[in-house]
Every structure is written in C-alpha cells, then in structure tokens.
Design a protein. Structure first.
Length: 118
C-alpha cells in the first residue's frame, strides 16, 4: 500500500475521532442539569446537604484534624480554604451543575452537586 494512502487513512481516522469527541462534549454540556443541592461527604459518609440557592459558608472538620471551608454563593459552590498541603481543592473552579465535584484527597472530602430532577 502506498504511503500516501496510509497517511490519508490516518488523517481520516483522526478527524473522525476528533469529531466524535467534540459531539460527545457538546451533548454533555447541552443536556447537563443545573444543580439544586451540594452534598458534602467526609470519609465516604454524607456529612451535610446544602441548597445552592442559599448563600452559606460551611466549615468542614475531619476526624484526622483537617478542615475545608466551603462557600456557597450565587448558585455556585467552591472550597475557599483548606488545611491540606497542596490546596488543589481550593484551586478547582466553582461548581453549579449536576455531577460536578470538588475533591480534597488529603482530607478525604468530596463536594458534589446534585439535581432534584435526577
């Protein structure tokens, strides 16, 4: 098989894969549900559930002595302070749609948005 045909087939395959990935991303963004609640889990157990439409600042204490501060404002939730060394949870973006999460591995805290329409 000539090298030109192989390159064309490879380019066609790459184009089809990129098109499929783009379509999947568009459909996911188009059909995601706005969140109603923020669920906080510590060590895999539900620690609290808070409405996204009510502003609040929640101090989350862990049994190991760590903490996270969750802020709910303008229909979004974000971790604004944490005792973990890397602070990755603080640098994650604000979440407001169903199935979005913020995770703090050192403190074993998971903050998830859920929808009442699920």
């Amino acid at each position: 098989m000539p090298a030109k045909c192989k390159v064309r087939r490879d380019l066609l395959l790459i184009f089809i894969l990129l098109l499929a990935a783009g379509a999947t991303l568009c459909l996911t963004l188009l059909f995601r549900l706005p969140g109603d609640w923020v669920v906080v889990e510590v060590d895999g157990e539900e620690w609290g559930r808070y409405a996204l439409d009510k502003g609040a600042s929640i101090h989350i204490e862990t049994e190991a002595g760590g903490y996270n501060v969750l802020e709910i404002a303008d229909g979004c939730a974000s971790v604004i302070e944490a005792s973990c060394p890397d602070k990755l949870c603080v640098h994650q973006h604000r979440i407001s749609h169903s199935d979005e999460t913020i995770v703090c591995l050192p403190n074993r805290v998971v903050v998830s948005v859920v929808s009442g329409r699920e």
